[in-house]
Design a protein around this ligand. Structure first.
Ligand SMILES: [Zn+2]
Length: 129
């Protein structure tokens, strides 16, 4: 009689454990993804003129960004990284910096007064405050 009860209870216990384990794994995955989100912002004379979530990029993609009328730079974005491929500046320092995927390595152009700054979405609020 005891073993009969056990036979009925065991599948229930297994099912409950499976559900708990799956939800824990999902929770860990979504948290991990949230921390990995990288947002690139292009600032021109202290205002954000372009914003892109690099964590959502799949392939390499070229984007033309107009800093102001008649002043266009060409950037390339891919998964978690961004670079400048064409800019009408003299020194081309922004292009020489190549790919960046770190908030510690912003792209700064002293000639055209624009910069590209990366931030993780999770620490975005902290940066603004
Ligand atoms: Zn430049």
């Amino acid at each position: 009689m005891n073993s009969d009860k056990a036979k009925k209870i065991i599948p229930v216990i297994i099912l409950i454990s499976a559900v708990v384990i799956i939800s824990l794994i999902l929770l860990i995955i979504t948290r991990h993804k949230k921390n990995e989100e990288i947002v690139a912002k292009i600032y021109y004379e202290n205002s954000v003129i372009y914003e892109v979530d690099l964590s959502k990029e799949d392939d390499v993609r070229t984007v033309e960004v107009e800093l102001k009328e008649g002043l266009v730079i060409k950037i390339e974005v891919k998964k978690d990284a961004i670079r400048v491929i064409d800019a009408p500046c003299k020194r081309k320092d922004c292009m020489k910096m190549s790919w960046t995927s770190s908030p510690n390595k912003p792209i700064v152009c002293l000639d055209l007064h624009y910069m590209i700054i990366l931030s993780g979405k999770s620490d975005y609020d902290v940066v603004i405050e």
